[in-house]
Design a binder for this molecule. Structure first.
Ligand code: 4AD
Ligand code: MG
Length: 508
């Protein structure tokens, strides 16, 4: 487990080089410059004036700060120049940093000088004004919308989520091995593929790197990939992007229980990092921070649903039997997760059957509009209901195999169930992680490929992994945007990625 107090990286923070004097500072670093005269480079966010006093607020990508320009304190020329500023004009401003408890950033800038880099003409003003705009308008101007404080905060948190996710694997013995994006076959179902012409042959944009990760896991033991993935279903839900980023670990000799332990430790690390580094950004976007703190807090026994979990674990003592090595690897992970603190956060784990029973009684109590049909995958309202019942992510495991992917290992205790898990984020966010133990028998995998009507020839290489030294192995995939939506508390995934690709949008 990682030392949470260690710095994120050993690389020094670099400030942009400046030819101006005094040196260029960033708004985020002003605490170290109180009383000093600094130069900031950025843009005018907004300006208010009351006669002889101007209040321009500046942003520089690291934050925003309010400047104060009394007419008497600067030259006539500088005063007029500041007064002429229009929204989003680019500027270089010099001033003295003053601590001010009333200011949202904690500081104000007594402006001494200001140069205009480019003045946005008044005849063609910046289109996004501080007034309310509709989402369609904002998405159409996404290239500008990213400049607003809320969107900038979300993108900073996204960057930390991506960095923390990689950091977790990089510091726990995983080797990053990225799969191809252009692929000859489907991984997650043939109806959801973007097809393209590969020098006369059909090829597809990858839906998941998983099958390739299985190959590199059998080469290197613990691997992960991180890259863009694509889904072509014509879905318009608030959780669906056609292009999104997925991080996918895969581990040889790991069973489903080990996979769930890994997903838990991984999510706790990510949420911990965001809480450690982004309190200010979380406040800008109005996130209820207590909800995130609850995720990493040591578990209270009544919350972990210990009966349900213990029940499903003790019922199947053989679940992790495929090999002793699998057991010890999964045990090592739990130990690692516990190493951080004696009382650890444990996420509730429910079998599909247990989840179904909860949905049934919710429907009876009028808390769900439609009944959940046993055997069906969980619908969005079902996931929303289940995930809103817990203050930690909930893991739903062992779904009916019939509704799941061809590569999932059947449960030896009940082969109608797949050894798979979906992690549902709390507060109704639904699935953020999907994973499973993979079929390790050659005969069974071949039968599954044929049953699913997949072309055997495209999967010969994948079958080789079962011909030569097959072992039980497991992994999962987490969609970064789903994680960002949950951690930032957003209604829709379109705000979680710099430029969203959705059913109706490929511009800008
Ligand atoms: O559950 P999925 O489809 O699982 C897989 O692709 C496995 N092959 C992963 C693995 O085991 N290595 O997708 C995994 C995750 C989902 O839980 C969700 O977070 C995200 O990818 N995801 C999407 N995110 C945004 N838009 C979409 N259309 C998504 N589809 C899946
Ligand atoms: Mg899934």
């Amino acid at each position: 487990m990682i030392d949470m107090s260690a710095p994120m990286s050993n690389l020094p923070e670099l400030e942009p080089k400046s030819v101006t004097n005094p040196p260029v500072a960033t708004i985020a670093s002003l605490a170290a410059h109180v009383g000093d005269t600094v130069t900031l480079r950025g843009w005018l966010y907004n300006i208010r004036s009351s006669g002889k006093l101007l209040f321009p607020s500046f942003r520089d990508g690291t934050g925003t700060i309010q400047g104060i320009v009394p007419k008497a304190a600067v030259s006539e020329e500088v005063f007029e120049r500041v007064k002429s500023l229009t929204q989003e004009s680019s500027i270089i401003v010099t001033g003295r940093v003053r601590a001010d408890a009333r200011a949202p950033s904690g500081f104000e800038l007594d402006v001494e000088n200001l140069e205009i880099v480019q003045l946005v003409p008044e005849s063609a003003p910046y289109p996004i004004t501080p007034k309310e705009h509709g989402t369609d308008f904002l998405m159409e101007h996404r290239h500008l919308w990213v400049r607003t404080p809320r969107q900038s905060s979300i993108l900073r948190i996204r960057a930390t989520i991506m960095r923390a996710a990689q950091e977790y694997f990089d510091t726990n013995g995983f080797v990053r091995t990225d799969p191809p994006i252009l692929t000859p076959a489907a991984c997650e179902g043939t109806s959801t593929l973007f097809e393209l012409d590969y020098f006369g042959d059909p090829a597809f944009l990858t839906q998941s790197g998983q099958l390739y990760m299985e190959a590199t896991a059998l080469a290197l033991g613990k691997v992960y990939s991180f890259g863009p993935t694509f889904r072509a279903e014509k879905s318009k839900t608030r959780r669906h992007l056609t292009e999104f980023w997925m991080i996918e670990p895969e581990v040889a000799f790991m069973d489903l229980e080990g996979d769930m332990d890994l997903a838990e430790a991984f999510l706790i690390h990510i949420v911990s990092r965001v809480l450690e580094l982004h309190r200010a950004d979380l406040n800008v976007i109005g996130r209820d921070i207590a909800k995130l703190e609850a995720v990493i807090a040591p578990s209270n026994q009544s919350v972990i649903l210990s009966e349900a979990t213990a029940g499903s674990e003790s019922k199947d003592p053989d679940a992790s039997k495929p090999s002793d090595t699998a057991q010890s690897l999964s045990a090592a992970k739990v130990e690692g997760a516990e190493g951080a603190s004696a009382a650890r956060s444990a996420f509730p784990r429910l079998s599909y059957d247990e989840a179904h029973a909860m949905l049934e009684s919710a429907f009876k109590d009028g808390k769900l509009e439609a009944p959940h049909i046993y055997g069906d995958d969980l619908g969005s309202p079902d996931e929303t209901y289940l995930s809103s019942q817990f203050d930690k992510p909930v893991m739903i495991h062992r779904y009916p195999a019939a509704s799941k992917a061809f590569y999932m290992q059947p449960d030896p205790l009940d082969p109608t169930k797949a050894l798979c898990v979906d992690v549902l984020a709390p507060e109704g966010y639904g699935e953020i992680i999907g994973g499973s133990q993979r079929v390790d028998s050659y005969d069974l995998l071949k039968a599954r490929i044929l049953e699913h009507g997949l072309p055997l020839s495209a999967f010969e290489w994948y079958l080789d992994l079962r011909r030569y030294g097959s072992v039980p192995h497991s992994g999962f995939g987490m969609g970064i945007e789903r994680a960002v939506a949950w951690i930032c508390g957003l209604d829709h995934v379109r705000e979680t990625i710099p430029f969203a690709r959705t059913l109706n949008r490929i511009y800008p």
